[in-house]
Design a protein around this ligand. Sequence first.
Ligand code: GRF
Length: 215
Amino acid sequence: MRVAVLASGRGSNFEAIARAILEGKINAEFALLVVNRRTAEVVQRAEKLGVNWIYVDPFSFPSREDYDRRLVEILKRVGADLICLAGYNLLVSGLFVDAFPDRVLNIHPSLLPSFPGLKPHWQAVTYGVKISGVTVHLVDKGVDTGPVVAQCAVPVSPEDTPESLADKVLPWEHRLYPQVVKWFADGRVKRVGRKVVVEGADYNSLPAVPALEDF
Ligand code: GRF
């Protein structure tokens, strides 16, 4: 399996995935990082890890579809067969999703379907939930609406701010995302209608994912 990551910002999830691959913890190769912001911190991380990256400027295309068509072309050329959105600040078009059926993943720092879209930590803290968490899901044509692959829960205290909650959740993102990529690499993930099933997972124990490996 060849993994590509699309990112726009800090890149900590990109790094967690790329490191797990480079360290041989996942039976996959890292194909390419695509960034849509030339100055994003994620580029420095890619340089440090020595993995291939490319900047494609969305503003140099007449439409989002044209931009996505170019990305698909690039990703196909490098043989990517699992695409991970990781802090990617653009919505991907239907054209992109259709090019990689059930092979585009996203990570969202809430327990979807709660708090989709922007500022999920602010939404969770403002709502007053006692448990938030992380979701890795297949990307469909909606915003954070695709089938859930895995989730893990993180407690929220009344003192939490959006920033402190983000700090609590992030380390779990860095464990969950590489774990999901590994499940794909091991051929354990299948989709049954709306449900995604990970073979061998014990869905009756909490958290609802097998003990996460320490990536
Ligand atoms: C993460 O919290 C991710 O879940 C969300 O945006 C943030 C990106 O962080 N989609 P990073 O760029 O991976 O450090």
